[in-house]
Design a protein. Sequence first.
Length: 120
Amino acid sequence: MTPDEVEITDVRARARYEARLAPVRGAGSRSVAVVAYERRDGAIAFLHTVVPHDMAGLGVGSALARRVLDDARKAGESVIPRCPFIAAYIRRHPAYRDLVPDALRKELLDAPRDESHAAH
């Protein structure tokens, strides 16, 4: 999958990011992967990530995580990764650790987690 094959949109009215794969010739829109969030006081809490089975293994979840974290950085928002998938992504990509407030890093990023069901 290349970045131009996934379209990611911040749907603020629904408090979620949505990712869709570019339609295949002759086919309509495919499933939608989402990251639900809540914004408050200069912070964005990522609550839940869903990547449909037909999108699994294509890199959609990673593209979505990268986009939401890059957007938070650009907006100057701190990140509260309540969603296990987003927390796991930050653990694997330490360049994003600085987005998480110091007081929450140990609790949300350093504690061992079961990541087998991080996104579904």
